[in-house]
Design a protein around this ligand. Structure first.
Ligand code: SF4
Length: 785
């Protein structure tokens, strides 16, 4: 795999997109990172590695990156997690009523001490901090909004997130969402900054089976019923509004009962619900008209209400517009709409990315029945513009795993389905005595099973964890540490969840993970394939998710275990034969006998018998001709140059000793952190910038730096500092005692002397930090650090 990717990224003339299906165990993270980092180093490119799950991001940072650092392939990697993983102090200030005094104290201390504002740091230092309250302090503001936040100059989250775009990062590990938003910001020139680099040169999209859905998540217009209901206090005709929202809630309740426990997914919006939304919209429009015509409309709060209601009427209008496809998700009570130009919008984004980057699209599950047609069709790509490749699993599933489809089980669309699967799940739990991940296809189903299985957990005496009780990373760690526990999850645990070893020897999937039959979004991306809709859209979605679920079980050559699917359709439906074939082709054995399951587990746990794997042999590795030729026999030509550069030691740019010693002396003398760099330009630039930032004189460096020669001096002479350190002063600067009695006098003094536009006092411990606008005032001598 690594050689294929090396060949793809080195060749600058051919295809820009490589799609690689690499099952668990093929080592796709290192297989893609090693060749791309080598290429990035040669061609001075960077790498953005985008994943769908937080688990995979952490795994990359904690396992692969240390090895890459050790090999000196990466110098400045950064983990750019999604914003909900960062703390926002501004939100605490407006949500204080949600916390106890002790919790507020914890958060205040965290805010003043944390370097990154990252949720993990809070969890590590305060294991008892309640997970369910994180939502009140998680970052919601966009990067641009943070820039204008009065706390930004002392906010650890903002400071840390600013580094995501630093040109020094050679590897940025992020999620699909942040990368997509960054691309959209760049494409739309909407004045918003990208959050992570958009054009690093090489983009790796891992867990690519989620990418199109994540694009959808970024551009859909949506609202929840809870948000709609909260509008009540802003509209006229409040009683009528409330009545309509109640009606909406009762329609939804009725529908939820009809659907049963499999609520997850996108559903058509019932006509009667659309009628009620029409009513809501007309109340909103009436309210806007009325506020605008009122004499006092220019009062701030009304203006704010007008803007907000106007925005709502704009969003609601989408639900009556034929150019939009809309749906409802019953599990989180969310309504969404998307332009029917979605397929071409997605394609436009891919075009934008591919003109500036080589793209490696990969996942363990991208093909359906062995070919990429369905994926290529859904992404609206042309077959001749992509390079596709599929790798075989390195595991011996025949010896390491067993697929168990118990019987009898009722059809999943019947009320007796859950009771019929419970007995079998309990049996498996008794056989494995824990070490089990139970995957559900909806949260509703997950909660039912959670309740029903408590007595079994108690009987066996095992610990249990439920998705949502803690963050995904924390749950993963708890599950890993407790070898005999059980974890119940849905969505997030289907992919990116990796537990090698004895903590996971059993995965139970409650039901085949089919999408909703008439999912409006799938109908949209399936346009043009209506006749083969099941084969091109529905079945591939299901089989990919099923493969992801199975892929949680065997994570290394030492692993073994049972994959139980409590769904009879594998043996009763026509497509069930195809499913059996998919698994048998991978080497799995499928059984319906619980006795075989017992024998398998007993045999494996008692004998520790493991299949034998052939030893590593260089001869067995398939190497593309362009790469193999060059190493064995140097020839002229493009490939030769690239390989020669890989195998030869890189030309040393280095920094002469005299320059290093001069820089160190200046840093020590001026009291700034010691600057180290691998090149003269970088070292000189850092030194000038650092001195300027800290209000020190830079001429001493400009005149005395031991340049190698005149040319180097001329090259570097234009480097100047650009930003000065500005520090918002504490009120104690003007002898305030911390009792806030001097506020007025301080404000008066600042207004008189500097003509300040705004002054705010923000309490931090005993004293207040004084925020002064405009900030250029802080360049006056009085405020210099
Ligand atoms: S800068 Fe952003 S994260 Fe920090 S307090 Fe302000 S809004 Fe919150």
């Amino acid at each position: 795999m690594a050689f294929d990717i090396a060949s793809f990224v080195q060749d600058s003339n051919t295809k820009r997109i490589m799609i690689a299906e690499a099952p668990v165990g093929t080592g796709k993270s290192l297989g893609s990172l090693i060749p791309t980092l080598v290429e990035a180093d040669i061609k001075e490119k960077k790498i953005v590695y985008a994943t769908a799950t937080i688990n995979l991001q952490s795994q990359l940072m904690n396992s692969e990156v240390p090895l890459l650092k050790h090999l000196q392939l990466v110098k400045k990697p950064i983990l750019a997690k999604g914003k909900t993983h960062y703390y926002c102090h501004k939100r605490l200030l407006s949500n204080k009523d949600k916390f106890t005094a002790k919790e507020i104290d914890i958060l205040n201390k965290f805010y003043s001490k944390s370097i990154t504002g990252h949720k993990n740091d809070l969890e590590d230092q305060n294991s008892f901090f309640p997970e369910e309250k994180w939502k009140y302090v998680q970052l919601e503001a966009s990067h641009s909004e943070c820039r204008y936040c009065e706390l930004s100059s002392i906010c650890p989250s903002f400071e840390h997130r600013k580094k995501f775009r630093s040109s020094e990062n050679d590897l940025v590990i992020t999620n699909h969402d942040q990368y997509i938003v960054s691309v959209l910001n760049s494409m739309e020139h909407n004045g918003k900054q990208p959050i992570v680099p958009v054009n690093p040169g090489i983009l790796i999209i891992d867990e690519a089976h989620h990418f199109i859905e994540n694009f959808l998540g970024q551009i859909e217009e949506s609202f929840t019923i809870k948000q709609l209901s909260a509008l009540r206090r802003h509209v006229i005709k409040q009683k009528e509004f409330e009545k309509t929202v109640n009606k909406i809630e009762s329609i939804i309740k009725k529908e939820r009962i009809n659907i049963g426990e499999s609520l997850q997914g996108r559903y058509q919006i019932p006509v009667e619900l659309i009628q009620e939304i029409t009513r809501v919209k007309s109340i909103i429009v009436e309210s806007v008209d009325k506020y605008q015509s009122q004499a006092q409309f220019n009062k701030y709060h009304k203006l704010h209400a007008i803007e907000m209601l106007d925005e709502w009427s704009f969003v609601l209008a989408r639900f009556f517009d034929d150019k939009y496809v809309k749906w409802i998700e019953y599990d989180n009570l969310k309504l969404s709409a998307i332009s029917n130009t979605f397929p071409s919008d997605f394609r436009a984004m891919m075009d934008y990315i591919k003109t500036r980057n080589k793209i490696i699209v990969m996942s363990g599950t991208l093909t359906s029945d062995g070919n990429f047609s369905a994926m290529i069709a859904q992404w609206r790509l042309n077959r001749d513009e992509v390079l596709t490749t599929s790798y075989k699993t390195p595991f011996n599933y025949n010896k390491q795993a067993l697929i168990y489809v118990p019987k009898p089980i009722k059809h999943p669309n019947t009320d007796s389905f859950i009771p019929s699967i419970l007995k079998h799940i309990k049996n498996v739990l008794h056989i494995t005595r824990g070490s089990t991940l139970i995957l559900c296809t909806s949260k509703e189903q997950m909660n039912i099973l959670w309740g029903e299985l408590q007595s079994t957990f108690d009987e066996i005496g095992i610990n249990r964890f439920l998705q949502g009780k803690s963050g995904v990373e924390k749950l993963t760690k708890q599950f890993l540490d407790d070898e005999k526990s059980v974890l119940l999850g849905s969505g997030s645990f289907f992919s990116g969840f990796s537990i090698p070893g004895n903590s996971l020897i059993s995965v139970i999937l409650s039901k085949l993970p089919f999408p909703v039959k008439d999912d409006p979004f799938l109908e949209l991306i399936g346009q043009g394939y209506e006749e083969d809709f099941f084969d091109y859209i529905i079945y591939p979605q299901m089989i990919n998710k099923l493969n992801q679920a199975a892929g949680r079980l065997i994570r290394s050559i030492d692993d073994y275990g049972i994959f139980t699917v409590t769904d009879p359709r594998i043996f009763t439906e026509e497509y069930g034969l195809k499913i059996q074939e998919v698994f048998r082709n991978q080497g799995y054995v499928i059984t319906q006998s619980v006795e075989k399951v017992k024998q398998f587990i007993n045999y494996k746990t008692l004998s520790r018998n493991q299949p034998e794997y052939s030893k590593y042999s260089r001869e067995l590795i398939l190497v593309d001709d362009s790469l193999a030729k060059d190493i064995s026999k140097p020839q002229k030509g493009k490939s030769l140059q690239s390989v020669t550069r890989i195998s030869e030691p890189k030309k040393k740019k280095g920094v002469p000793k005299a320059q290093r010693e001069f820089t160190k002396m200046i840093c020590n003398r001026e009291g700034i952190p010691i600057i180290k760099a691998s090149e003269t330009r970088k070292m000189y630039e850092e030194l000038i910038k650092s001195l300027y930032y800290n209000w020190h004189d830079t001429t001493v460096v400009e005149e005395n730096f031991p340049f190698r020669n005149q040319k180097e001096k001329d090259d570097l002479k234009n480097i100047k500092g650009s930003e000065r350190k500005k520090v918002m002063p504490f009120c104690s600067k003007w002898n305030c005692k911390g009792d806030c009695t001097a506020k007025e006098a301080i404000a008066e003094y600042l207004e008189d002397k500097y003509d300040t536009k705004e002054i705010r006092f923000l309490k931090k411990d005993t004293y207040c930090r004084v925020f002064i606008e405009p900030t250029r005032i802080l360049e006056n001598e009085e405020f210099r650090p």
